[in-house]
Design a protein around this ligand. Structure first.
Ligand SMILES: [Zn+2]
Ligand SMILES: [Zn+2]
Length: 389
């Protein structure tokens, strides 16, 4: 315990600010994150305080650290997290209680917009508000340093000891699911697995091709095994990742640095594959994926790049072979339904998510963790803001 007085749920402490906490702040792209003392305001209506137990080191934050993608600055990064509900703001508590363990979502759902009511909450209007304002769903911030306002990252900002988030941005985590698993389930896993469960159709007994064997690509491979795809082919430039990919379900591995990827794919799946998932976000691999799908085949693009990146597709091949390219954000998921599904599969042993985990590091090691990620580390590093002991 941290020695503060017990927190009473449901009460708003007016202007009171909480004790300073450590958080990793991005002030300028290209510079390392700084661990700073940040003040977290009391939760407003519909918001909750979550003490962070685990925060995944995801490539998405890195795009903002390098300036490939931009958001309002300064910002507390981190968007893939899990923790314990510590306090409820006014009129919060319809889905969670103090003491509940929750996974954080970087796409909240309002439940009322066209996207939400048509069953596509990933496209909820609140996501846009969070991205453009750098605030919570109401567009304002709970993060300050003295008089300076800091921004939230995708409504989460979990590279910190605590967060204030909308209750609409969390899903309860059942007993038995460790915080590290809950954290990565809320981003890498739901993105990669969701693309298979929610986008790919009729995969059983058919080839499925995955570009990229990082946390997201490996989640797609696990999903491919779950739905019975066969063969399951993975392409990467780091053969060090292939052993794990095979353990998780890949039947064939292709080192993209050795020879022609299309030729190798056609050896394994004559005529091309019906589905290819591109989990890297590179123009060259998207183009490769497009060439590898057969007639009426579909490329599912789930990796991000800079805001201006484009790729080229041969027009006649698109038309004459009736190929498809679709984008899938956040696994095209409905997290309120899909995360409990993922946790259930994990608890029943059908989804070996522990295999995805890499090092556990303190929050202070965040820059080292991103250096390792940039160098191609194997396994998802998880930061533990409360300490790794
Ligand atoms: Zn992520
Ligand atoms: Zn909505």
């Amino acid at each position: 315990m941290n020695g503060r007085s017990p927190l009473s749920p449901g009460h708003h402490a007016g202007d009171a600010r909480r004790a300073p906490m450590k958080a990793a702040v991005l002030r300028q792209p290209g510079l390392p994150l700084r661990i700073e003392d940040v003040l977290l305001d009391e939760p407003s209506e519909g918001e909750i305080v979550v003490r962070i137990e685990a925060a995944g080191v995801c490539h998405t934050d890195y795009h903002y650290m390098t300036g490939q993608m931009t958001c309002p600055l300064p910002v507390v990064l981190g968007h893939e997290g899990a923790g314990i509900v510590e306090q409820l703001g006014p009129r919060a508590g319809s889905t969670v209680a103090v003491g509940d363990r929750v996974a954080l979502l970087w796409r909240p759902r309002c439940g009322e917009c066209d996207a939400c009511v048509s069953g596509n909450p990933v496209m909820c209007r609140l996501g846009r508000i969070q991205a453009t304002t750098g605030g919570l769903p109401d567009g304002t911030s709970r993060l300050h340093e003295g008089a300076e306002k800091l921004h939230h990252f995708l409504g989460v900002s979990c590279f910190a000891e605590r967060v204030v988030v909308s209750e609409k941005s969390v899903v309860r985590v059942p007993d038995g699911v460790p915080p590290e698993i809950a954290a990565i389930a809320g981003c890498a896993v739901i993105t990669g697995l969701g693309a298979v469960l929610n986008v790919v159709e009729e995969a059983a007994g058919k080839p499925l091709l995955v570009f990229g064997a990082g946390g997201v690509g490996l989640s797609s491979i696990m999903g491919a095994r779950l739905v019975g795809a066969d063969p399951i082919i993975v392409v990467d430039v780091d053969p060090g990742k292939f052993e794990l990919a095979r353990r998780l379900g890949a039947t064939h591995t292709i080192d993209a640095r050795n020879g022609d990827v299309l030729e190798r794919v056609l050896d394994i799946a004559p005529g091309g594959v019906p589905w290819a998932i591109e989990a890297i976000g590179r123009p060259s691999t998207l183009e490769q994926a497009f060439s590898c799908v057969g007639p009426q085949g579909t490329v599912v693009a789930i990796g991000l790049n800079s805001a201006t990146a484009t790729f080229a597709i041969p027009v006649n091949e698109l038309v004459q072979r009736q190929k498809h390219i679709v984008g899938s954000l956040y696994g095209s998921s409905n997290p309120r339904l899909d995360l409990p599904r993922i946790f259930g599969l994990y608890l029943s042993g059908r989804l070996p998510l522990d295999e995805l985990l890499g090092a556990r590091l303190p929050l202070e090691s965040v820059n080292d963790a991103y250096d390792q990620l940039a160098a191609g580390s194997i396994g998802r590093t998880v930061l533990v803001p409360g300490g790794t002991s």
